[in-house]
Ligand binder design. Structure first.
Ligand SMILES: NC(=O)c1ccc[n+]([C@@H]2O[C@H](COP(=O)([O-])OP(=O)(O)OC[C@H]3O[C@@H](n4cnc5c(N)ncnc54)[C@H](O)[C@@H]3O)[C@@H](O)[C@H]2O)c1
Length: 439
């Protein structure tokens, strides 16, 4: 069993403190608010949350949970501290770190006086880089010690939902944490073992980013459902029924599909159908902010790729893939075709390797190049041999993933600019010569 101090007896802090104590850990809750300290020590919950009152009453009675404002006592009598103070928005929308900074200062001062190893784990929601840019420097300055060596450091976001917080604690949908050192990783792993949920151990900044993606994704889902509800109502339909049916598709809709950062969407369905639903909404006098933004953001991703080519300085670009996705020769609304046509219009030479489109031409298929209405002389630009394409190009643009092309493209990336829109290999990240669109 661990000994843990929880700084900040707000929503997150009090739920974690109570659940940790119920699991048999020794918990010291720390706050600057004397009213909350008094309530906890009296066995009462300072907030209204399903099932929390008996947890706190039992834990305090059993001597497993105590509250104090004495930081040194909390640090001396525990092995790890969880920081769960508020991070309200600053007036410009940036994350407010003032409470996190103050609590790091006080923990840092207490760490200075402690001989044993102690882990500091941030649970507050903080933007990527905050642990490294704010928390660690403050803790090191105040303690005179080094993070990851003299004291442990972790970032362990909380995903609970108010009103079902205790249920969420014991049946989490996601567990992720970043740790600078093995000691902190061990404590966090032990606390989460047995919850029946995969534990993702990553670096501090990735864990910080996952927390924001979780909350912003929830917000996008709500907004999407509302927008669909508004359009559905204007059409005399029940939006909740529509969304219930939609979300029953766990293969394509509620799934990792279409959730992989990379290039723009295209093809014969998605762009035209987003446009059509948006048009229908307009006809009905209903705003469609998210559908509008979707088309705008998709166009911006094509422009981002165009800038990557321009920044490479190449006057001749070899495209690996031109169809709207691998495995097909369909070019209808392929964003790669749009990109190629814009480059050509700007005087950049474009050659293309695409085994599927090539096959259609080689077989003299009457539909060869089907759907292309933007690239001039498509057939003449096709190059059957990948080596020849690579050798003849100032930069290679990887638009579609072809498994048997990866080895050659990886080698090419050592010699010339390779601009990757699809992530041909998870090992590769932008390094100067190789440039990934989102990695
Ligand atoms: N509320 C949620 O459902 C939820 C869920 C997941 C994550 N989060 C994140 O967790 C963090 C905490 O959120 P919350 O809603 O629990 O906050 P809250 O505002 O309810 O509580 C913060 C607590 O910290 C205390 N505090 C402030 N300065 C302190 C200090 N120097 N030392 C000790 N205690 C101090 C305050 O008195 C208060 O009790 C935020 O970053 C939030 O974004 C919240």
């Amino acid at each position: 069993m661990a000994r843990i101090s929880v700084f900040g007896i707000g929503y997150v802090g009090v739920v974690s403190a109570a659940c940790l104590a119920r699991d048999g850990h020794d918990v010291i809750a720390v706050d600057v608010d004397p009213g909350k300290i008094e309530q906890i020590n009296a066995g009462m919950s300072p907030i209204v949350e399903n099932g929390l009152d008996p947890l706190i009453a039992d834990a305090v009675k059993a001597g497993k949970l105590v509250a104090t404002d004495d930081v040194q006592r909390a640090i001396d009598n525990t092995d790890a501290s969880f920081i769960a103070v508020g991070t309200p928005s600053a007036p410009d929308g940036s994350v407010g770190l003032k409470y996190v900074e103050v609590v790091c200062e006080s923990i840092g001062r207490a760490l200075k006086n402690k001989d044993g190893f102690h882990s500091v784990v941030i649970r507050s929601t903080i933007v990527p880089g905050s642990c490294e840019g704010t928390c660690i420097p403050v803790l090191e300055r105040e303690s005179g010690k080094t993070a990851g060596v003299d004291f442990g450091m972790g970032y362990y976001p909380e995903f609970l939902r108010e009103s079902t917080a205790i249920e969420d604690y014991y049946d989490p949908g996601l567990i992720v944490f970043g740790a600078l050192d093995d000691g902190t990783a061990k404590i966090l792993t032990e606390l989460n073992e047995g919850l029946g949920c995969k534990i993702h151990v990553v670096d501090l900044r990735t864990a910080e980013m996952v927390k924001y993606c979780s909350n912003t994704w929830r917000a996008v889902k709500v907004t999407y459902a509302n927008e669909i509800g508004n359009i559905a109502k204007a059409c005399g339909l029940d939006g909740q029924t529509v969304m219930e049916i939609l979300t029953s598709d766990t293969k394509a809709i509620i799934s990792p599909y279409f959730m992989r950062p990379g290039f723009a969407f295209g093809g014969s369905c998605l762009p035209k159908d987003v446009r059509a639903l948006r048009h229908l909404a307009r006809e009905k006098g209903v705003p469609s902010y998210l559908l509008d933004a979707t088309l705008e953001a998709n166009e911006a991703q094509i422009q981002r790729a165009q800038k990557m080519v321009q920044d490479s300085g190449a006057q001749k670009v070899g495209f690996v893939g031109i169809s709207f996705k691998p495995g097909t020769d369909d070019l209808r609304e392929s964003p790669l075709a749009t990109l190629a046509s814009r480059l050509i219009a700007n005087g950049i030479e474009v050659d293309i390797y695409d085994p599927y489109v090539h096959e259609a031409y080689a077989n003299e298929n009457s539909m060869a190049g089907r759907g292309n209405d933007v690239i001039p002389d498509l057939k003449d630009r096709m190059v059957a041999d990948l080596d020849r394409l690579i050798d003849g190009s100032g930069a290679v643009l990887v638009g579609n993933f072809y498994g048997d092309a990866v080895e050659k493209l990886e080698k090419a990336a050592a010699e010339r600019p390779v601009l990757d829109l699809t992530r041909m290999s998870r090992k590769m990240v932008s390094n100067g010569t190789y440039e990934g669109i989102c990695w």
